[in-house]
Structures are given as structure tokens and as C-alpha cells.
Design a protein around this ligand. Structure first.
Ligand code: NAD
Length: 264
């Protein structure tokens, strides 16, 4: 992949620490020669993200909370001033109240439903609106989703509903932006132990279940998600848009518990 992204610049949103999926993607892009800008959400994450950005020679484009439109505008202004244009954007952002990522979906509150949808789904639209203006020569936008959008997964609840809306948003955005050669895709990643995932009830059980029952009999790594992201964000993926690409060791094709799966 060396040199694949030479001359390309882009923004990565969603690095919280070195376990983040966005970090796996950032490493793959930097290894391939891309110039990166990272954002962080709040001061607590600033001191985590700054040294990580240094490791990749990336710039830090500042604080961005997607619920605060002014902070999104500021980040894109910074990029416009610094680079003039961008070639790609990675959206690896999601949030829901932990108290509602366990138990029954039917208990979801109106407030948390709206907040989850805003942060985990609408924010892709919000950042795409800004990115479009900086992608005069075309570009590639990528978000992260999960199988809980397609099938009922225990405890995923309102986040599953938000991911279903996110996946459909990918398709509508792909159609709108296609004429400008801006591609919009999602990776549906298998379960990975990250900060966000630790908020989901019984997450260790979900990890084990995937490990025992996926065709590859293991779970996926952030480096593997990073390599698939590199394909979609580079010119190798130039014919692909509106796609929900599973990077899950094949788990999504499975219809039943594997015959060799141990009991958990
Ligand atoms: P993570 O905790 O490392 O990353 C989540 C990021 O979302 C953090 O950087 C956090 O700062 C950011 N975020 C949350 N609310 C925000 C807000 N209001 N404004 C700006 N940023 C905000 O966890 P992760 O698992 O790497 O999550 C990245 C993406 O991958 C998410 O969309 C998640 O749903 C998705 N995903 C995760 C898994 C998994 O098993 N970990 C599987 C499939 C998809």
C-alpha cells in the first residue's frame, strides 16, 4: 500500500485513544502516505489525541463536538485555511446513554433516542455538508456501522435503530454527491473492544460469540478495518459508493451457531 495515498489529505473524526477504530484507519492511511488531520472531543481526549497525531505526523484540527455546529464549522475552516481542499473524510463517531444500551429497547426515552440519532446519524450529514465544499475535485467519505442495524443484537437497542438510519443516510448521500465524484460508504465492523463498545451490555459475551461463530473463528482488529478503509478511501475503491462493507470475519453470513462452538 506504500504510496497509495501520496498527495491525498483528509480528516479523521473519532480517535479517542489507541484502541479506537478511527486510530486503526489513521495508521493505515498514514502508512500509505496520506496527510491527516484529527479532531478530538473535549479537553479530556485532547491529551490522548495530540501524541497520537504526532506519531503519524498528523495535524490536530481542534475540538469538535458534533452536537455543536459551530465547532464543526471551525474544524472545516481550519482545514480550508490550511489545505484549501480535502480528499477524504472518516466519520467514526457514535454515542448513546449507557443506561439504554442494556435491557429492553422498548424502554428507550425520547431524549436519548433523539440524542443518539443526532450524534450517531445526523452528524454524518452535518460533516458531509461541510466536506462537500472542500471536495471540488471529488472525494471519499467513510462512516462506521454495525450489524445491529440489520438484526436484533442484545443490548444494542437504540444504537441499532441509529445505525439503520446511518446506513440509509449513506445511500442517500451517495446518490446526492455521486455526480461530483464524491463517494460515500460505510464499513460494518465486527465487535472490537473500544471505549464506546464498553458501554454496551454484555459486550464480552458478544465478542466471544463472534469469535466462536464467525467463519474465520476470530474477531476483527482495528488494523483490518483500517486496511478495508484504505481501499474505500483510496482510488482502488473508485467504483464503489453507497456500499455497506462488512469487515467482520464473515459473521454476517452465518445463520446458526457453529457446530464446533463451545458453550459460553
Ligand atoms: P471509540 O470510543 O474509540 O470512538 C468513538 C468516538 O466517538 C470517540 O472518539 C468519541 O470522542 C466520539 N464521539 C462521541 N460523541 C461525540 C460527539 N458528540 N462529538 C464528536 N465526537 C463524539 O469507539 P469505536 O468503537 O472506535 O467507535 C467508532 C465508530 O465505530 C462508532 O461509530 C461505532 O459505533 C462504530 N463501530 C464500533 C464497533 C465496535 O465493536 N467497537 C463495531 C462496529 C461499529
Amino acid at each position: 500500500t506504500r504510496g497509495l495515498m501520496n498527495g491525498k489529505r483528509g480528516l479523521i473524526m473519532g480517535v479517542a485513544n489507541n484502541k479506537s477504530i478511527a486510530w486503526g484507519i489513521a495508521k493505515a492511511l498514514a502508512d500509505a502516505g496520506a496527510e491527516l488531520a484529527l479532531t478530538y472531543q473535549g479537553d479530556a481526549l485532547k491529551k490522548r489525541v495530540e501524541p497520537l497525531a504526532d506519531q503519524l505526523g498528523a495535524i490536530v484540527a481542534g475540538h469538535c463536538d458534533v452536537t455543536d455546529a459551530a465547532s464543526i464549522d471551525e474544524v472545516f475552516k481550519t482545514l480550508e485555511d490550511k489545505w484549501g481542499k480535502i480528499d477524504f473524510l472518516v466519520h467514526a463517531v457514535a454515542f448513546s446513554d449507557k443506561a439504554e444500551l442494556t435491557g429492553r429497547f422498548v424502554e428507550t426515552s425520547s431524549d436519548n433516542f433523539a440524542r443518539t440519532m443526532d450524534i450517531s446519524c445526523y452528524s454524518l450529514v452535518a460533516v458531509t455538508q461541510r466536506a462537500e465544499k472542500l471536495m471540488a475535485d471529488g472525494g471519499s467519505i467513510l462512516t462506521l456501522t454495525y450489524y445491529g442495524a440489520e438484526k436484533v443484537m442484545p443490548h444494542y437497542n437504540v444504537m441499532g435503530v441509529a445505525k439503520a438510519a446511518l446506513e440509509t443516510s449513506v445511500k442517500y448521500l451517495a446518490m446526492d454527491l455521486g455526480p461530483q465524484n464524491i463517494r460515500v460508504n460505510a464499513i460494518s465492523a465486527g465487535p472490537i473492544k473500544t471505549l464506546a463498545a464498553s458501554g454496551i451490555g454484555d459486550f464480552r459475551y458478544i465478542l466471544k460469540w463472534n469469535e466462536y461463530n464467525s467463519p474465520l473463528r476470530r474477531t476483527v482488529t482495528i488494523e483490518e478495518v483500517g486496511d478495508s478503509a484504505l481501499f474505500l478511501l483510496s482510488d482502488l475503491g473508485r467504483g464503489v459508493t453507497g456500499e455497506i462493507q462488512h469487515v467482520d470475519c464473515g459473521y454476517n453470513i452465518v445463520g446458526m451457531k457453529a457446530v464446533d462452538a463451545p458453550d459460553i
